[in-house]
Ligand binder design. Sequence first.
Ligand SMILES: *Cc1c(COP(=O)(O)O)cnc(C)c1O
Length: 219
Amino acid sequence: MNLADIQKQCSPGQVLAVSKLQPAEKIRSLYQQGQRHFGENYVQEALDKMEALSDLPDIAWHLIGHLQKNKAKYVAGKFSLIHSVDSLDLAKAISQQCQKKNVDQNILIQVNLAKEETKSGFDKDQLIKDWPELVLLPQIHIFGLMTMPPLTETPDEVRPYFRELSDLLQILRAQTNQSIHPLTELSMGTSHDYQVAVAEGATIVRLGTILFGERPPKM
Ligand SMILES: *Cc1c(COP(=O)(O)O)cnc(C)c1O
């Protein structure tokens, strides 16, 4: 589908173009059509593309893939938003790197609502337990929550997960100082289910296939 049509359907949700495994030239082409926010899954690939496209002044990079703690040093301060902070230890590692480099980093907390073993993300109860410690970590700013719901036959089956994420955000907002942690964002919905996500309050939808076509295989 073309970018303008997608943007119309997603308004007021922001379209994040998920460009993992897509060549830099495809990103440039979407940029030329007006897209500014791009999401990558793999750190090295993202850094290579940032370099290759460094002539595009206002391009914004998001990290949406699972991040290992030992790679926090490569990402701190490099992304407009890290969507995939999935443990207290990872948040601590990012905070430490930010202090070292004297940069701030905006993040989302990834939540694994269906408790799927194959997916990363905080368990909801664990997140509520860890929250007081998370909000005290220096130099990270929690902008909201992200989730990857289970794969389902029809998009409507994921609606309860999107609703649960939205409710969880409200619970956390009530106990958080929003001048440090704005808690305004809900990153939910992919090509498969973005319309349901937008209806349930998504502020960011992460769209890959529907914008770029099929992804090349991972080497
Ligand atoms: C790849 C990916 C997407 C995009 O999926 P599509 O089905 O191609 O839209 C969204 N979110 C995450 C976390 C991803 O890894």
